[in-house]
Design a protein around this ligand. Structure first.
Ligand code: CP
Ligand code: NVA
Length: 306
């Protein structure tokens, strides 16, 4: 396909995909994973460049996008705010205008969702959300693929989100609507997901005050750090408030017999999850991490080629 004539699409939130597009994308990720494992070369992004702006730390997102671009025949460019003029006050709008004349897509990890949206408004090329304070949609693509690989369709299943109503939780809320599963969210008072995001989810999400009630009978139990990037000054207070929301073997024992455990990582053993759970037989966190690579390759192909 002629790249220049492709209609511009961004991936700022999971809801930027229609349900059937999201399902097709996971199917394609499965194919790309199989091809990669079989050593079949597939390089549709030859001579294409992904710019990657990271205003927060990253291991998985950075490495999966960079390795993914290499595997697709292209190149990824790591742009730290310390090194580019954006970090010295050049506006988001001007940065978007300039970068998007030189690269073929831009991935951004930043704080405010609005900053990402402003970049996208001024970009001529697809913009991908590599995590903001509000959403982490790329993580959900990997989680959904991982569930599908292990247990088949997630439709009609029950997912328990335990802990902070944070960016990853928000993307789970969007995923519940898109993939039609029941999401039970157990968060401490004052740390629930944003009301406007819940309101957009229809009837598929329930807020519960206790972890045990959310986990009972669940097919998938998910948690994340108690202190997200940018909240470091709240760490001590959060450690106290979140203590009853640790995922341990007793909590997993309430879930369905064949329930899975997921965590986007990085994890803090002994805080949000015990070592026995994350390193135990129900945990699929390493497949989940690997699937960032395969799903984002499918996403890049979707945005740039197909
Ligand atoms: N899960 C995730 O996004 O990890 P990184 O912060 O290492 O990119
Ligand atoms: N909620 C975490 C996710 C890290 C991948 C954070 O924003 O720091």
């Amino acid at each position: 396909m002629d790249f220049a004539s492709k209609p511009l699409r961004h991936f700022l939130t999971l809801s930027d995909l229609r349900a059937e597009e999201a399902r097709d994308l996971l199917q394609r990720a499965t194919e790309l994973k199989r091809m990669a494992r079989a050593g079949v070369p597939f390089e549709p992004l030859k001579n294409r460049t992904l710019g990657m702006i990271f205003e927060k730390s990253s291991t998985r997102t950075r490495v999966s996008f960079e390795a993914g671009m290499t595997q697709l025949g292209g190149h990824a460019m790591f742009l730290s705010p310390q090194d580019i003029q954006l970090g010295r006050g050049e506006s988001v709008e001007d940065s978007a205008r300039v970068l998007s004349r030189m690269v073929d897509a831009v991935m951004i990890r930043t704080f405010e969702q609005r900053k990402l949206e402003r970049f996208a408004e001024y970009s001529q090329v697809p913009v991908i959300n590599g995590l903001t304070d509000r959403f982490h949609p790329c993580q959900l693509l990997a989680d959904l693929l991982t569930y599908q690989e292990q247990r088949g369709s997630i439709r009609g299943r029950t997912v328990a989100w335990i802990g902070d109503g944070n960016n990853v939780c928000h993307s789970y809320v969007e995923a519940a609507r898109l993939f039609d599963f029941e999401l039970r969210i157990a968060c401490p008072e004052g740390f629930q997901p944003d009301a406007d995001i819940l309101a957009g989810a229809g009837g598929c999400c329930t807020l519960l005050p206790a972890a045990a009630a959310a986990a009972t009978g669940a097919d998938l139990v998910v948690t994340d750090v108690w202190t997200s990037m940018g909240q470091e000054q709240e760490q001590a207070q959060r450690a106290q408030v979140f203590a009853p929301f640790q995922v341990d073997e007793a909590l997993m024992g309430r879930a369905a017999r064949d329930a899975l455990f997921m965590h986007c990582l990085p994890a803090h053993r002994g805080e949000e999850v015990t070592a026995a759970v994350i390193d135990g037989p129900q945990s699929v966190v390493w497949d989940e991490a690997e699937n960032r690579l395969h799903t984002q390759k499918a996403l890049l192909e979707f945005l740039l080629v197909t």
